[in-house]
Ligand binder design. Structure first.
Ligand code: PLP
Length: 394
C-alpha cells in the first residue's frame, strides 16, 4: 500500500509548479548570461527580468519602476523598514508595527529600536485585528512608518488596510504591508490598499524559494538595501537571480488565472475542516477571525494537548502540519501572535495550524478528521496541561 502523505503546511512553503520549473531551467544553463552584460546573452536575461517585472507590477496595480526584486519576503521586509527609517531620520525616528507581525518585520524593528529609534506596538483584538483608530492615536510628529501585515501567517486574519491607509495618508506617514501570505491567493492591489510599500515572496505561491519583491511607491524616500553594483536602479545591488525571477513571474501568471476559483474551493474545504473539528473535538477553539481570514487557513487551539506532540503524532500518520509558524517550531515558546491576541500561554501551547493548497482534496480533509480526534484524546490523556483550560472561551 502506498504511504499516506498529506501536506497541510502551504503557509510555510509550496511545491513549485512544473510549468515554473520548465521556464526556469534554460536560465541555469543555456541562457546563463549576466543581465548587466551588454551582449546578446546578457540582454536576453535582462529582457526576461523586465518581462517578469512588468507581470508582477500589473498584478498588483503598480508601475514596473516601483518593483524591486529581492531574495525573498524577509529581505523585502528588512528593506522596507530599515530603508524608510534611515532615509527619513531627519523627519523623525518613530516607527509603528503590530505585535503579530512575522519575525521578518519584528526583528528589523527591534534592531532599529536598539539603535535609537522609538517603536510602538499597536494593540490587536482577540481575532488579531488592528483598529484604524489605534493607528491614528499612535502616530506622532516623529512617526515615519507604520507596518501592518496584510494577513497573518499563523491565524490567517486579514487586516483592514484600506481603512488604515486612510489614516496614514492623512497624517503623511508611510504605510508598509507584508503581503507574503496574501499575494497570489486573494486580490492584492497597492492602490486599493493604499500602501506605500508591500513585500511578497515567490515560494508561497508555487514559485521558487529565495526570490521576492518589494513594491516601493514612486516618491517614497528610501535608502538602498545593499550597496554594490547599480542593479535595480541603484536600490538593491547584486547580480539578479534570473531563473528565480523568471519562475516567480510564471507563478504569478498561473495565480492570475486560477486564484479566484482556487480561493472559493479552498474556503469550502477550510470551513468543512473547521466544522468537523468543532463537532468531533470538544474544547477546541478557532484562532483568528471567523470570516476575515485567508481561504486556506485553519488555526485551532486543541486545549489540553501540546502543539509539538500533535505535530509529531500527525506526522506519523502522514500529515504535515504546523504549530504556530514554521520559523518558531522547534522552540517551546508559545506563539507571540496568540499571546498578543490575549490567548493565555497554557492555551496557546495547544495550537495547530493546517494550511490548505493546490493538492488538498476533500478526502484529505476527511482523513484528518478521522485521525485528529483520537490523536487529541490520547494526547490529552497523557498531557500535564488541563483540558478544561479556557473552557469558557471555546
Ligand atoms: N512574512 C510572512 C508573513 C511570512 O509568512 C514569511 C514566510 O514564512 C516571510 C515574511 C518570509 O518570507 P521568505 O521565506 O521569503 O523570506
Amino acid at each position: 500500500m502506498e504511504e499516506k502523505f498529506i501536506y497541510l503546511d502551504y503557509a510555510a512553503t509550496t511545491p513549485m509548479r512544473p510549468e515554473v520549473v520548465e521556464v526556469m531551467t534554460p536560465y541555469f544553463t543555456k541562457e546563463f548570461g549576466n543581465p548587466s552584460s551588454l551582449y546578446t546573452l546578457g540582454r536576453n536575461a535582462r529582457g526576461a527580468i523586465e518581462d517578469a517585472r512588468d507581470r508582477v507590477a500589473a498584478f498588483i496595480g503598480a508601475d514596473s519602476r516601483e518593483i524591486v526584486f529581492t531574495s525573498g519576503g524577509t529581505e523585502a521586509d528588512n528593506f522596507a523598514i530599515k530603508g524608510v527609517a534611515y532615509a527619513n531620520e531627519k523627519k523623525g525616528k518613530h516607527i509603528i508595527a503590530t505585535p503579530i507581525e512575522h519575525h521578518a518585520v519584528l526583528e528589523p524593528c527591534h534592531f532599529l529600536n536598539k539603535r535609537g529609534f522609538e517603536l510602538t506596538y499597536l494593540p490587536v483584538d482577540e481575532h488579531g485585528i488592528v483598529d484604524p483608530a489605534d493607528v491614528e492615536k499612535a502616530i506622532t510628529d516623529t512617526t515615519v512608518l507604520v507596518s501592518v501585515m496584510h494577513a497573518n501567517n499563523e491565524v490567517g486574519t486579514i487586516e483592514p488596510l484600506e481603512e488604515i491607509s486612510k489614516v496614514t495618508r492623512a497624517k503623511g506617514v508611510y504605510l508598509h504591508t507584508d503581503a507574503v501570505q496574501t499575494f497570489g491567493h486573494i486580490p492584492v492591489n497597492v492602490n486599493d490598499l493604499g500602501v506605500d510599500l508591500l513585500s511578497v515572496s515567490a515560494h508561497k505561491l508555487y514559485g521558487p524559494k529565495g526570490v521576492g519583491v518589494l513594491y516601493i511607491r514612486r516618491g517614497t524616500r528610501m535608502v538602498s538595501f545593499m550597496q554594490g553594483g547599480s542593479q535595480e536602479n541603484n536600490r538593491r545591488a547584486g547580480t539578479h537571480n534570473v531563473a528565480g525571477i523568471v519562475g516567480f513571474a510564471k507563478a504569478v501568471e498561473i495565480a492570475e488565472r486560477e486564484m479566484a476559483a482556487e480561493a472559493t474551493r479552498l474556503a469550502e474545504l477550510r470551513d468543512h475542516l473547521i466544522r468537523g473539528i468543532f463537532e468531533k473535538i470538544p474544547n477546541s477553539r478557532l484562532n483568528g477571525h471567523p470570516s476575515k481570514r485567508l481561504p486556506n487557513n485553519v488555526s485551532m487551539c486543541l486545549v489540553g494537548a501540546e502543539g509539538e506532540a500533535i505535530l509529531l503524532s500527525l506526522d506519523m500518520e502522514g500529515i504535515s502540519a504546523s504549530s504556530g509558524s514554521a520559523c518558531t517550531s522547534g522552540t517551546l515558546d508559545p506563539s507571540h501572535v496568540l499571546l498578543a491576541m490575549g490567548i493565555p500561554a497554557e492555551i496557546a501551547h495547544s495550537s495547530l495550524r493546517l494550511t490548505l493548497g493546490k493538492e488538498t482534496t476533500k478526502e484529505d480533509i476527511d482523513y484528518v478528521l478521522d485521525i485528529l480526534p483520537p490523536t487529541i484524546e490520547r494526547l490529552r490523556a497523557m498531557s500535564p496541561l488541563d483540558a478544561s483550560w479556557g473552557k469558557s472561551k471555546c
